[in-house]
Design a protein around this ligand. Structure first.
Ligand code: ADP
Length: 260
C-alpha cells in the first residue's frame, strides 16, 4: 500500500544519495591528488631559476672577480630574479585560471623585434649548447596586440624546450609569417622530437612524454600548458608538429585585430 511504496521510494532515494556521496568523495580524492601533483610540479618549476640564481650569486661574490665581470653576473642575477617573479605570478594565474577569467593587458607590438629581444635572454644558454637561433622573418614590420609579459613567458617556455630537447650544435628557426587575416609564429628545433601518440597531450598540465628524460632536463610538464592557456586566453591557437628524431615545431597563430 501507500506506506510501503513510500518506504521503497525512500530506499531508492537513499541509495541514490549514497551513490552521489560516494562519487563526490572519489572526485574529491582525485582533486586532492591532482592538487598534490600540481604543487610538486610548481616546486620543480621554481627550482630551475633558483639554481641559476644561487650559481651566479656564488660566482659574483668571489673577491678576485674583475668589476666588469661581477657587473655582468649581477645583471644576469637581476634578470633571473625578474623572470622568477614573473613565473611565480603566472603560476598563480594558472592555478586560478579554472575559476577566474584571465585578464590580458594587450599592447601593440612589433613582433620581430619582440622575438629578437626575447631570444637575447637565452643567448647564454644557447651559447652553452653551441646552438643558434635562425630568424626567418618578413622584411616588413609585423604588428600584433599582445600582453608583453605573458607572451615573453610563452616564447621563453617554447625556446627553453627547444634548447632542452635538442643536441649540441643544432639550430632553432623562428619563423614569422603575416597572412591576410592572421599572423603565424613557428619555433622549429632539430631535436629529439615527440612520439605521435604523445603529441595530442603535450599541452596538458603535468604531461611529460618521458618523466625521467623530462625531469633530467629540468622539465615539469607545466611549460606547454602555460603556453596554451596564455595563447588561448589571448584569442590565439597553438599546436605542435613533430617528427621523432628530426625535430619539433610549435606553431602559434593569432587573428589580426583591427586597431580601434
Ligand atoms: P617539460 O617542462 O616537462 O618540458 P612541457 O609542458 O614544456 O613540460 O612539455 C611537455 C612535454 O612535451 C615534455 O615533457 C617533452 O617530453 C615534450 N616536449 C615539449 N617540447 C619539446 C620539444 N621541443 N622537443 C621534444 N619534446 C618536447
Amino acid at each position: 500500500d501507500f506506506t510501503v511504496k513510500l518506504q521503497m521510494h525512500r530506499n531508492d532515494e537513499l541509495g541514490e544519495l549514497g551513490a552521489s556521496i560516494q562519487k563526490l568523495a572519489s572526485d574529491l580524492e582525485h582533486l586532492k591528488q591532482e592538487r598534490n601533483e600540481f604543487l610538486a610540479s610548481i616546486a620543480h618549476e621554481l627550482r630551475t631559476p633558483l639554481t641559476y640564481i644561487k650559481g651566479y650569486a656564488d660566482v659574483a661574490k668571489r673577491p678576485e672577480l674583475p668589476p666588469a665581470e661581477r657587473s655582468n653576473y649581477l645583471t644576469i642575477l637581476s634578470e633571473q630574479t625578474s623572470s622568477l617573479s614573473r613565473l611565480v605570478e603566472d603560476l598563480f594565474e594558472l592555478a586560478r585560471m579554472d575559476q577566474l577569467s584571465f585578464h590580458i593587458e594587450k599592447e601593440k607590438t612589433e613582433i620581430r623585434s619582440f622575438l629578437r629581444k626575447t631570444v637575447e635572454q637565452v643567448q647564454a644558454v644557447l651559447a652553452d649548447k653551441k646552438m643558434e637561433v635562425v630568424e626567418d622573418f618578413p622584411e616588413d614590420k609585423v604588428y600584433l596586440f599582445i600582453d608583453l609579459a605573458r607572451f615573453e613567458q610563452v616564447t621563453l617556455n617554447i625556446l627553453d624546450n627547444a634548447i632542452r630537447y635538442s643536441e649540441e650544435n643544432s639550430a632553432i628557426t623562428v619563423k614569422v609569417r603575416e597572412e591576410h587575416h592572421s599572423v603565424k609564429i613557428a619555433f622549429s628545433d632539430e631535436g629529439i622530437g615527440i612520439p605521435e601518440k604523445d603529441l595530442p597531450h603535450v599541452f596538458d598540465r603535468l604531461y611529460r612524454v618521458d618523466k625521467s628524460r623530462s625531469r633530467h632536463s629540468g622539465g615539469t610538464g607545466l611549460g606547454l600548458a602555460i603556453v596554451k592557456e596564455i595563447v588561448e586566453a589571448a584569442g590565439g591557437t597553438v599546436r605542435a608538429e613533430s617528427s621523432l628524431g628530426k625535430g619539433t615545431s610549435i606553431i602559434i597563430e593569432f587573428q589580426k585585430e583591427s586597431k580601434a
